[in-house]
Write a protein that binds this ligand. Structure first.
Ligand SMILES: NC(=O)c1ccc[n+]([C@@H]2O[C@H](COP(=O)([O-])OP(=O)(O)OC[C@H]3O[C@@H](n4cnc5c(N)ncnc54)[C@H](O)[C@@H]3O)[C@@H](O)[C@H]2O)c1
Length: 363
């Protein structure tokens, strides 16, 4: 299977996304992205035992003069914090890293966001390389330069735009990903079809079995497709002044659900699957899109084993109130990503709360 390379075109800050098997061992691909001599490889206690030694050996292969240090952080969203960022800064200081140091993020979206944030801050910005190991991180969080940590008051509240030097996606790492995490990643994959690419939506319907069975060529093709779509959007709208917001299809509902159910009860992708369904059904209720497209989306999500119904006990008013806190709202007005149908997402300002309440209370 060949390696696919997609470029994110951002002038002097352009970078490649490489997708294929066995890339962890491709020393040269990493070397091209590494700035100076000091390299801090940030991972967590779940991913490190699986891949960290191999990656460090690969980075140091060929008698290089790199000074490589690993850092293992605790696992989970609960550790995407300023405290973990401080541990990265301490490790960089110990390494005597200066402006030409590089951080390599080995893990899912939590490690990528955290390590990217630390790279954005250390000496006002150093190089970093994303080595995503979850499907979600491969198709979404590792591309585009959004980095952040959470506060007790909310998710991703402190962050920066900081683009990586390269994204290196070794699809072999998906072999160890728990099935529930893989399924959750497919919610983001389906999102790309839903928001802007009806042909890809159909392709996913046709290849669902192969994808769920982790067939490498099918996975590789799906990941490359999503990365190409995201790379295009990011190149046109890096800091989310317009089109990039479409990538948040289902996310305002989804984030509110994550908050209300307590982080961890629903995986991010599961919350997004319910959120996309709600966005599609709300679009139908507002007569912006056919009801049949919402049903079609639900069928595809369910085929991938994803939830589409609100969990029991969610209160409509509480959900709406939580949605009001979303970063995507401007001046207190509810701004949602809805759609005109499969492949046609759109930004809708001033969405009528009564319509949302009616949808949420209709069981
Ligand atoms: N920056 C962005 O643009 C962006 C976009 C979407 C999501 N995110 C962020 O991404 C995070 C979610 O990312 P995630 O879903 O990857 O979660 P995660 O990083 O917590 O990974 C999920 C679980 O899988 C484990 N894991 C990772 N790779 C593995 C592998 N190959 N084998 C076995 N286990 C493995 C992790 O240790 C963790 O327990 C959230 O914090 C979210 O805010 C950021």
């Amino acid at each position: 299977m060949s390696v696919q390379v997609i470029d994110v075109e951002l002038g002097a800050r352009s970078y490649p996304i490489a997708i294929g098997p066995g890339l962890l061992d491709e020393n040269q691909r990493f070397r091209r992205a590494i700035a100076g001599r000091h390299v801090l490889v940030v991972s967590n206690e779940v991913v490190a035992p699986l891949y960290l030694d191999r990656l460090c050996a690969s980075l140091g292969a060929g008698g290089t003069d790199l000074i490589i240090a690993p850092l293992r952080l605790p696992d989970g969203e609960a550790h995407k914090t300023l405290d973990s960022a401080a541990r990265i800064f301490a490790a960089l200081a110990e390494l005597r890293a200066n402006r030409d140091a590089t951080i390599v993020a080995l893990g899912g979206g939590v490690i990528g966001d955290l390590a990217g944030f630390a790279a954005a801050c250390w000496m006002r910005g150093i190089a970093f390389v994303q080595v995503p190991t979850t499907l979600l991180a491969m198709v979404d969080s590792s591309v585009g330069g959004k980095t952040a940590v959470d506060l007790a008051q909310g998710k991703n509240l402190v962050g920066a735009f900081h683009q990586p030097r390269a994204v290196i996606i070794d699809i072999d790492t998906l072999a160890t990903l728990p099935q529930r995490e893989l399924r959750a990643g497919f919610a983001e994959v389906i999102k790309y079809g839903a928001l802007g690419d009806a042909a890809f939506f159909t392709w996913l319907e046709q290849h669902a079995d192969a994808l769920l069975a982790r067939d490498p060529p099918a996975l590789s093709q799906a990941i490359a497709h999503c990365c190409a779509q995201k790379a295009g959007i990011v190149a046109r709208d890096e800091t989310e002044q317009g089109e990039r917001a479409l990538l948040n299809f289902g996310h305002t509902f989804g984030h509110a659900l994550e908050t209300l159910t307590g982080y961890g009860a629903l995986l991010h992708g599961e919350a997004i699957a319910i959120g996309m369904t709600l966005a599609a059904r709300l679009s139908a209720r507002l007569r912006r899109a056919p009801e049949s497209d919402a049903a079609h989306l639900m069928r595809l999500l369910e085929r991938f084993g994803l939830p589409t119904m609100l969990p029991e006990g969610i209160d409509a008013d509480e959900l709406i109130e939580t949605m009001q806190l979303d970063k995507k709202n401007l001046s207190g007005r509810l701004r949602l990503i809805l759609w005109r149908g499969i492949g046609m997402a759109e930004i809708v300002k001033d969405v009528d709360e009564a319509a949302i309440r009616a949808l949420l209370t209709q069981r």
